[in-house]
Design a protein around this ligand. Structure first.
Ligand SMILES: [Zn+2]
Length: 209
């Protein structure tokens, strides 16, 4: 298995190809690759991303079959099943890098901000379970001067929500904590820009990377 930093580099290169519109040439999605993977998988990165149709991890990082272990859920929130999926991949495949991938204009973050401003009674319990997980990280922001600048508020709230998920993963699982202590797992935060296609890594990067 490649190291977390090598994995990070591979993601950066793949995103560079995507941004330059030369993606799809290196990513192996061939029948031959599919057959090869019947022997087993060794995904080099775990991505916890949002379900938003405009932010598909394999495409924005230009990766093929067997490359990424992807968990997608609205608002890239962390609930027990997400932690379990990450524990599974990190333990079973030895994958060293986890990326929490938020994105600009995230509907789940916007819905949470709206809910804070104008609580709606009729929200379904299931939807509320997502909003409730986003709420703690954005509530304080919504009480600042940012409330007068909705665009900036959403921008900062998206990042705060990514940081909250990163933090939760770092401290919400004995298995993951143990791997982090052994230097066998790196968890970082990132934001995908719907506007430019660029993924910016901004939380948990080792110095100089
Ligand atoms: Zn989203």
């Amino acid at each position: 298995m490649i190291s977390a930093l090598e994995a990070l580099e591979r993601l950066r290169e793949g995103n560079g190809r995507f941004v330059s519109d030369i993606w799809g040439r290196d990513a192996d999605t061939s029948h031959a690759r599919r057959s090869e993977l019947l022997e087993g998988q060794e995904p080099f990165a775990i991505i916890l991303g949002c379900s938003d149709s405009r932010a598909p991890a394999e495409i924005v990082f230009d990766q093929g079959l067997g490359d990424l272990f992807v968990i997608r859920v609205a608002g890239n929130i962390v609930a027990p099943s997400q932690i379990g999926s990450i524990e599974f991949a990190a333990s079973k495949f030895g994958t060293r890098l986890v990326v929490v991938l938020g994105h600009t204009q995230c509907g789940a973050v916007e819905a949470t901000l709206e809910q804070l401003q104008q609580p709606a009674e009729e929200q379904s319990r299931n939807l509320r379970s997502i909003v409730d997980r986003v709420r703690p990280s954005v509530e304080a922001l919504a009480a600042t001067e940012l409330k007068n600048d909705p665009e900036a508020l959403v921008g900062q709230a998206v990042r705060a929500n990514v940081c909250a998920s990163v933090d939760h993963l770092r401290h919400g699982s004995e298995i993951l904590e143990q791997l982090i202590r052994e230097d066998a797992l790196l968890i970082v935060g990132a934001e995908y820009s719907l506007e430019t296609g660029v993924v910016e890594f901004f939380n948990g990067l080792p110095e100089g990377s």
